[in-house]
Design a protein. Structure first.
Length: 468
């Protein structure tokens, strides 16, 4: 097995508690940050959505006025506030058919949609529309929406080779896009978060348009006022492969903030929920969660789990992702089907079970009750599941690739993600050795504190103070 515990690389914090308290008191003078936060409107949630939410909440706590920019599918009109609020959240049929006329009209208009600048409509916040997607806008003072924001900006960039200009009534102090998009606001610093270079470094693992993505990143490398990223590994990649001056790239890491009401539940309460919701025993299963896609390494994980001979179920929770037919076939393999006699009933059970998108509270319950999180990913910009599990006191097995050793520090069982044997030995060790699990639990909780809201806000405060 490779190194049991990897080395930590967390930089010293830049602001003291007194500095942070003073900054919070200055909310009348901090200015406004406009965030591109389109991913927050996705129904299933994404890692970028989690990042955008934490970023906006942290800026609000630092005393900034926080506005949000989002894309919607329906056309919006100024002066129709109530209707706009409804249309912004209108259901879209994934199989919706567009007539040839609609397709032609949309295509013909793309070259002109952003020529004079995109002028998003401010959505009213009357509370007329309720539910999780509407709740996602709560961190924002104002929510601006533009029809097909991302599609229009992408087409503008492809046609003209430059970012589409966004014009809002109140010019912000900073515009911060939460992922690489060809949008810009004139008259203020433009900041872009590049989480990782996966489409360029592992092109065989994603379905992105590589030509567009490469052109966009090289353009941002020239024109952005600053680039933000989420690990030192990603920062080194961005500086090296995009040729950006290292002074224009800042690693803020990410923040993990588990709600107190979930952290404070007893083991007994979690065990009751596990039994009722999933038919699982507390500490009686392994867990992987995340989108099922090539970089997550699910096929090797399943093979290693099978080779380990473990009798504990492996729960795989998360969305479908892409390029995952082989992974899904392996998860559904009949060799993982068992039959159990329960009284007079023969029950069919699966050793490898897949759960699709779960509400956040239920996912936290699954993480908290797992024997261990198994996360041998091939590449991560940050690796949020590792820190979330540590914060909840769940032992972690992860890989020695990309940012994961840096984020996990000396608090996880580290394996070679390309070696089924190495992953297998890690599973056997973490299942059988209670002392190892206890040590990882204790170290994990300490490591997770490095990524709690307070140190994250300190790093963010230093960045924004430098840019204003």
């Amino acid at each position: 097995m490779t190194d049991l515990l990897a080395r930590s690389n967390i930089p010293p914090l830049a602001a003291s508690g007194a500095d942070k308290t003073a900054s919070k008191a200055a909310d009348a003078t901090r200015g406004t940050i406009l965030y591109e936060a389109h991913n927050l409107t996705f129904k299933g949630g994404t890692g970028i959505a989690t990042y955008a939410r934490a970023l906006a909440q942290a800026a609000g706590r630092l005393g900034y006025a926080v506005d949000g920019l989002f894309g919607v599918e329906r056309g919006l009109s100024r002066g129709q506030d109530a209707l706009n609020e409804i249309l912004a959240f209108d259901a879209i049929d994934d199989n919706e058919w567009l007539s040839p006329f609609q397709v032609a009209w949309r295509t013909l208009n793309y070259p002109f949609n952003a020529l004079g600048g995109m002028r998003p409509v401010e959505l009213p916040r009357s509370g007329l529309v309720t539910g999780p997607i509407a709740d996602a806008l709560r961190p924002f003072r104002r929510a601006y929406a533009s029809t097909r924001l991302i599609d229009v900006s992408m087409m503008h960039f492809k046609l003209y080779g430059r970012a589409a200009s966004v014009k809002v009534p109140e010019r912000p102090s900073i515009f911060h896009a939460t992922h690489p998009v060809p949008l810009a606001v004139r008259g203020c610093p433009n900041v872009y978060t590049i989480h990782d270079l996966v489409p360029l470094r592992l092109p065989y693992t994603t379905l992105d348009n590589k030509k567009y993505f490469y052109r966009l990143l090289t353009s941002l490398a020239r024109t952005a006022d600053h680039i933000v990223t989420v690990s030192e590994h990603s920062r080194r990649d961005i500086v090296e492969f995009l040729g950006i001056d290292e002074n224009r790239v800042t690693n803020t890491y990410q923040a993990v903030d588990i709600p107190t009401h979930l952290l404070d539940r007893t083991d007994g309460e979690v065990a009751d929920d596990l039994a009722k919701l999933f038919g699982l025993d507390f500490g009686g299963y392994f867990l992987f969660y995340g989108a099922i896609e090539p970089k997550k390494n699910v096929s090797r994980l399943v093979d290693a789990y099978a080779a380990s001979g473990s009798k504990l179920p492996l729960i795989i929770a998360g969305g479908s992702g892409w390029q995952n037919r082989a992974d899904l076939r392996k998860i559904r393999d009949e060799r993982f089907t068992n039959f159990r006699i329960d009284g007079n009933v023969v029950r069919r059970e699966r050793q490898v079970r897949r759960l699709e998108f779960l509400p956040h509270d239920q996912l936290v319950t699954l993480i908290r009750g797992a024997r261990a999180l198994l996360f041998p990913s091939i590449y991560e910009g940050f690796g949020l599941p590792v820190i979330e599990a540590m914060a909840l006191g769940t032992p972690v097995l992860t890989s020695n690739a990309s940012s994961l050793p840096e984020v996990a520090g000396e608090s996880a069982l580290i394996v070679d993600p390309y070696s089924i044997d190495d992953i297998m030995r890690g599973i056997i060790a973490i299942e059988a050795d209670a002392d190892l699990r206890n040590e990882l639990q204790q170290r994990g909780r300490v490591q997770a504190q490095q990524f709690s809201p307070d140190p994250y806000e300190a790093r963010l405060n230093q960045l924004y103070e430098r840019l204003r």
